[in-house]
Design a protein around this ligand. Structure first.
Ligand code: HEC
Ligand code: HEC
Length: 251
């Protein structure tokens, strides 16, 4: 009996390896796949085909012109924050892997029109609220900045379902502060108002808007919500489902 089990185990193992090897070709894509699912799928859809919060990347002109991440990389690293695209701290290889995954999805979408799916509402209903509360007060360290009876009281009434999940993953609200150092050495302090690959913009303490080409000035951005982006890498799907179940009890 035991021998039989081992044999079946080995067989399943071999089959699994075979199908994994198939799924991984060409190189670079599997790392890109998990990076994409973890960081991008929520907005752009699991297959990059677009979601509620982000455009279809398989039809993007920018993606069509991209070679090995040279166009996608700057968008990912700088974000387009005022349009809802956050920025990500990722390395060269991660950008290349992400780009490889997006290009593969583009090829796939072009060969088989339709059949896309975005973030699923079912994702929101599978968690365990008790586990979520323990995570909130424990390893998640959420309670170091938030309180269920303070700032998050009633959060589930204010933000429903996917909106709440989006805020959890990518909070908005508190503006990042920025210090810009001009070529003259003069420093300007204010709130970040605009940022893309080429331009940086801010409102100074009097409310005036200023902007510069990114190459013309030095700047440092301090954004408290970046803590959320940093936590993204640590969440498992289960953590998110459990947290969502817990947060949805805060009505
Ligand atoms: C919170 C939602 C959100 C997340 C998460 C997100 N994006 Fe975006 N992304 C957007 C939005 C919204 C835009 C459109 C911005 C605009 O209109 O210029 C965008 C634009 C882009 C573009 C430019 C498309 C074009 O045609 O100009 C690329 C490339 C892109 N995202 C890649 C990514 C990648 C890769 C990730 C993960 C590392 C990611 N995005 C994560 C929301 C998101
Ligand atoms: C380092 C501090 C910090 C930590 C740790 C932190 N957050 Fe936040 N969180 C913020 C900030 C800042 C905002 C932006 C909202 C604001 O400005 O009021 C925010 C926003 C949110 C929002 C959106 C609230 C709304 O009304 O839009 C949710 C939900 C949330 N956090 C949940 C969590 C959870 C769950 C955890 C733990 C996994 C967590 N946060 C950990 C600082 C933190």
């Amino acid at each position: 009996m035991r021998n039989l089990l081992i044999v079946t185990g080995a067989l399943t193992g071999a089959l699994l390896m075979a199908s994994l090897a198939f799924a991984q070709a060409p190189a670079g894509q599997s790392g890109g796949n998990s990076l994409f699912q973890q960081n991008c799928a929520f907005c752009h859809g699991r297959d990059a085909g677009g979601g509620e919060e982000g455009p279809d990347l398989t039809r993007s002109k920018l993606v069509a012109e991209d070679v090995g991440g040279d166009k996608i990389g700057p968008v990912v690293l700088n974000g387009r924050q005022e349009k809802g695209m956050p920025r990500f701290k990722l390395g060269d290889q991660e950008i290349k892997d992400l780009a490889a995954y997006i290009h593969a999805q583009k090829t796939l979408a072009e060969s088989q029109k339709g059949g896309r799916r975005g973030v699923e509402v079912a994702d929101l209903q599978t968690g365990n609220a008790d586990a979520g509360r323990r995570y909130f007060n424990g390893v998640g360290k959420c309670s170091s900045c938030h309180s269920p009876t303070g700032d998050l009281a009633g959060v589930a009434s204010r933000l429903e379902g996917l909106k709440l999940e989006q805020r959890l993953l990518y909070p908005r609200g508190s503006l990042a502060s920025i210090v810009v150092t001009l070529p003259s050495g003069e420093k300007l302090t204010g709130k970040l108002a605009y940022q893309d690959e080429f331009t940086i913009g801010m409102h100074d303490s009097h409310g005036w808007y200023h902007s510069w080409p990114v190459s013309a000035v030095k700047f440092a951005i301090d954004s408290p919500v970046d803590a959320h982006a940093d936590m993204l890498a640590k969440y498992t799907d289960d953590d998110i489902h459990n947290l969502m179940a817990y947060l949805q009890t805060l009505r």
